[in-house]
Design a protein around this ligand. Structure first.
Ligand code: KG4
Ligand code: ZN
Length: 347
């Protein structure tokens, strides 16, 4: 089964062909990603109109290239999966209309994939792990702790009450005059900084529900930055290190609470999984590896190339759904908002 995956929900235009491997993992036959970062950098964030225009300019060629690199034609594909949301609606529409057209012309099944579900299932693409597992999904728009019980069976244990973790990294970077996207910039600056110079808060630490809150931490950082201005590069490095250390402490604490709740909802987890752009962060990966090991669990996070948005994860989610006979038709809507996990009864 070869599935073409198309992703256009944010600032990456991506197309990929994936097939199931013999070991339960996916085999990525091609994975084309065109980042629009350069087009948005001057604005310090993604501009929806620019994103939509950039997707429409490159998507057809990118799909052709993904098929080419996979060594196949459209007629050899067994399904077309597309991220139908959540995301910036202009981009989502471009991906969805393209996928519908290809599906109609080539008479191939269409799978309308939830972008978040695709991040959630990436650990099965890369590592072939079984259900259930605890997922930390952290990107620019979302921060959730989810019990992944099966395809389409997701229970949300916790979420953020204000900013997503990636969003907080991006805002901190902007505040400190670093580039966009902020996550990698803050991480790079943090390497040479002293995480203990500033006493920054750890919001939500010790709370019973595994929710997140980032805005207090961001405000505390802004106050320190304003007090010190103009900032030397050592100041910036120390602020980045302090911020990242606070985020790591919060993540570990929230995951600890979620692991405690997991058993009564889904049984024994097979692994602790991180996904979404923030899962690229080395400090978070190291802390979660230690935490998982202490809990006797494997820690699984995608390789850096599959942490951010990509077409392979969409194709893989398409494979998972097609295997279960979950096919969509041309009425599939584009959705700006599309929650993928049911809230836990207690959350
Ligand atoms: O999943 P993603 O590529 O796009 C969506 O938001 O769906 O995630 C992008 C987010 C951005 O906020 C970016 O700053 C953050 O992930 N990010 C990171 C790192 N790399 C990307 N955050 C922290 N550390 C990183 N190394
Ligand atoms: Zn994403």
């Amino acid at each position: 089964m070869n599935v073409l995956g198309i992703e256009t929900t944010c600032d990456e235009t991506a197309a990929s062909v994936v097939m199931p491997g013999e070991d339960g993992r996916g085999r990525i036959l091609s994975n084309e990603v065109l980042s629009q970062i350069a087009e948005h950098a001057a604005y310090g964030g993604v501009v929806p109109e620019i994103a939509a225009r950039a997707h429409v300019e490159v998507l057809d060629r990118l799909v052709a290239r993904a098929l080419d690199r996979a060594g196949m034609s459209l007629s050899q594909v067994d399904g077309i999966a597309v991220a139908a949301g959540p995301g910036l609606i202009g981009g989502v529409l471009i991906g969805l209309v393209t996928a519908k057209t290809l599906s109609l012309v080539a008479r191939k099944p269409l799978v309308a994939v939830n972008h978040l579900e695709a991040h959630a299932l990436t650990a099965r693409l890369t590592d072939g792990i079984g259900f259930p597992y605890l997922l930390l999904l952290a990107s620019g728009g979302h921060t959730q702790l989810v019990a992944v019980k099966g395809v389409g069976d997701y229970v949300r244990l916790g979420t953020t009450v204000d900013d997503a973790i990636g969003e907080a990294f991006d805002k901190v970077a902007k505040l400190l005059g670093l580039g966009y996207p902020g996550g990698p910039e803050v991480e790079r600056m943090a390497e040479t900084g002293n995480p203990e110079r500033f006493a920054l808060p750890r919001p939500m630490l010790g709370r019973r529900e595994p929710n997140f809150s980032l805005s207090g931490l961001k405000t505390a950082l802004r106050i320190e930055a304003e007090r010190l201005a103009p900032l030397s590069s050592a100041d910036v490095a120390d602020l980045c290190a302090g911020f990242q250390a606070a985020v790591v402490d919060v993540v570990v604490d929230r995951v600890r609470v979620a692991l405690r709740e997991f058993g009564s909802i889904a049984g024994h987890p097979t692994a602790l999984v991180a996904a979404g752009g923030v899962a690229a962060n080395g400090a978070i990966r190291r802390a979660l590896t230690t935490q998982a090991n202490e809990a006797g669990l494997a820690f699984v996070a995608p390789p850096l190339s599959l942490c951010g948005d990509n077409g392979a994860m969409i194709a893989w989610a398409g494979i998972e759904r097609l295997r279960l006979g979950l096919v969509d038709d041309l009425t599939a809507p584009a959705r700006a908002r599309w929650p993928f996990a049911e809230a836990a009864a207690s959350a």
